[in-house]
Design a protein around this ligand. Structure first.
Ligand code: F6R
Length: 612
């Protein structure tokens, strides 16, 4: 939530900042702003997207080789020009950008008002820049020290960058619970919320740790301290990020690109972890902590949103294949209960961004209770990846469309590999079934391609139901979480109200909603409970519901009674979710496009939810 980027060096800062903000726009897009230092400090802010800021600043002076930019997802205060960042101190000497929430801002604001400070915006961030100004004025400190002292009084989450007009050859940055990466170039630094604005200038980065402050300056120096004043040695890492993966290429939207990439990303997730011909599967993170993981009393999956849906599939997989008991928790609920977590539990955190505040907090809580923490993450070097004891990257590459697609299938692939690995080693699945699953898993990428080839048919079905105001998604077993995920994809990008239900639960309430205007999307592949779901479809038809079914190739019973039917290739039941989700992603995409929605940046959403 909120993207920040800053530059200091010999280049013109403004183009670097605008390009960086466009890369970070997935984190928030309700307003944007820049501050450029060139003798004077010029601040330009606009409600709307980065391109609105660009249009606004077109005829303005943007020269200067020190600057910073921000793209906002509003927490405190409406999205408008005044609440947009950067925020400027009362004496107009300092400007500041911020990602996170200052929880004690009201108390600080009250105290600052008593000292004569006047505020323009409704944000928590403006309080921070006034607080630094106050410390700087009172204690006559250099800017980095003023920031450090001010932060000792702050409760909350932040990644900030501060510019001081009187100290124009440095930038000061700090973080706590919100990400900040420092790119180190030749006598230049690019600071950002993630590595995407950095990668085209340098591969060398430092991930700032919680409660650390960094000072970078024009002569190429980087110094890091903790907030309690201990000098730290910067740990420089090499980025492994391909710039092409940050571009849309020939696609109009990232979401469509990412849906189509799944043939490759699922294969990338399996690469080096499975070989059906040689009969092995090996998930490195599991091997490393095998005894603790295989003998765990319980797995607790902590996640949010789409990642939580992937976790639900993990529950079916681990319970069926490895006979390990699983609980799947919304991280936001887990962290505020007083949960029973023991040393012999394993907490599995699922997160695309690796920055979701609730998931991170749930992990920290479980860590305090001495459970083993395992991360299944996409973003390399992210906070969750660095908090866990062990884990696996899904290797899906940057996911930029706000609606998660390839990260979901990456998470499910990884959970499947883990469940097969553990099931075989624990002796809970026979060798013949194990080998069969490995073979089937290796076939999944080409089967995903077969489904993607049905795009025209799916687009046609989308055109038939695009005007609906509600939709119901039904599935059983492994396809129940897919029903939830299908409904979430539809509502978040097309704004059609949609609900996912276990098919049998329909009779306990939602059936009352069904009439001829209600599209009912039924995921009914040919596995356990197939006969039962046939009856559920009959019940929908009897109430004139419009049935769109996802069935296994060759299906007869459900096809006959459906209004529209999408066939997907056959596979073993535990692998079905990897296929059945694909047509639902495409269906949502096409419906949203036909309704004129911006699928990559749906309203009110942000990709990386770094506030609770
Ligand atoms: C929906 C979506 C969100 C995320 C959720 C968790 O398409 O993308 O529901 O899944 O915000 O995010 P991560 O996986 O980054 O922790």
């Amino acid at each position: 939530m909120c993207g920040i980027v800053a530059y200091i060096g010999n280049k013109q800062a403004y183009p670097v900042l605008i390009k960086g903000l466009k890369r970070l726009e997935y984190r928030g897009y309700d307003s944007a702003g820049v501050a450029i230092l060139n003798g004077d400090m010029r601040v330009y802010k606009r409600k709307g997207k980065v391109k609105d800021l660009e249009t606004y600043a077109k005829d303005k002076v943007t020269r200067g080789s020190v600057g910073m930019g921000h793209t906002r997802w509003a927490t405190h205060g409406k999205p408008n020009h005044i609440n947009a960042h950067p925020h400027v101190s009362g004496n107009e000497r300092l400007s500041l950008i911020h990602n996170g929430i200052i929880e004690n801002y009201a108390t600080l604001k009250e105290a600052l008002i008593k000292l004569g400070h006047e505020f323009e915006s409704d944000t928590d961030t403006e309080v921070l820049v006034h607080l630094i100004e106050e410390v700087q004025k009172r204690e006559q400190l250099p800017i980095e020290e003023a920031v450090r002292v001010a932060l000792t009084k702050v409760v909350g989450a932040y990644a900030i960058v501060v510019i001081d007009k009187e100290e124009p050859s440095k930038l000061v940055a700090a973080r706590k619970a919100s990400p900040l990466v420092i790119g180190i170039g030749d006598n230049e630094f690019i600071l950002a919320s993630d590595a995407t604005p950095i990668v085209e200038y340098t591969q060398r980065v430092v991930y700032l740790n919680d409660e650390e402050i960094a000072v970078v300056n024009k002569s190429g120096d980087l110094q890091i301290k903790t907030i309690d004043d201990k000098i730290q040695t910067p740990f420089i890492e090499e980025l492994d990020l391909n710039i092409e993966r940050l571009e849309k290429g020939d696609y109009e939207f990232f979401m469509l690109k990412e849906i189509n990439e799944q043939v490759k990303t699922i294969a990338d997730c399996m690469r080096g972890r499975i070989n059906a011909a040689e009969g092995w599967v090996n998930v490195g993170g599991v091997t490393e902590y095998y005894e603790r993981i295989a003998n765990a009393k319980r797995f607790i999956v902590a996640a949010c949103g789409t990642s939580w849906h992937a976790g639900l599939i993990g529950e079916y997989l681990f319970e069926e294949l490895a006979r390990i008991s699983v609980e799947v928790e919304y991280a936001s609920e887990l962290r505020y209960r007083n949960p029973i977590i023991n040393e012999d539990d394993v907490i599995i955190a699922l997160s695309q961004s690796g920055e979701t505040a609730d998931t991170l907090a749930a992990l920290e809580l479980a860590k305090d209770k001495n459970a083993l923490i395992y991360g299944i993450v996409n973003a390399v070097g992210s906070s969750i990846a660095r908090t866990t004891h062990s884990g696996s990257y899904i290797h899906a590459g940057p996911e930029i469309g706000v609606a998660s697609t390839k990260a979901f299938t990456g998470q499910v692939t990884l959970l499947t590999l883990m469940a097969i690995h553990l099931g075989y080693k624990r002796g809970t699945i026979p060798r013949s079934y194990y080998l069969q699953l490995l073979n089937s898993l290796e076939n999944i990428p080409s089967q995903v391609q077969e489904i993607l080839d049905k795009n025209d048919q799916i687009q046609y079905i989308a055109s038939e139901i695009k005007d609906a105001t509600n939709a119901l998604y039904l599935g059983r077993g492994y396809n129940f979480p897919i029903a939830l995920e299908g409904a979430l994809k539809l509502k978040e990008i097309s704004y059609i109200h949609a609900e996912g239900y276990p098919a049998a639960e329909m009779k306990h309430g939602p059936i009352a909603l069904i009439d001829e205007n209600m599209p009912v999307i039924v995921i009914a592949t040919n596995h356990s409970a197939y006969e039962k779901i046939v009856s559920n479809v009959q019940e929908v038809k009897a109430r004139k519901g419009k049935v769109i079914s996802i069935v296994t190739e060759g299906d007869k019973a459900i096809k006959e009674i459906s209004d529209y039917c999408i066939e997907i290739p056959d596979t073993d039941e535990p692998l079905t979710p990897l296929l059945s989700v694909i047509p639902l992603q495409l269906l949502s995409y096409h419906i949203a496009i036909m309704r004129g929605c911006n699928v990559d940046q749906p309203r009110n959403l942000a990709k990386s939810v770094t506030v609770e």
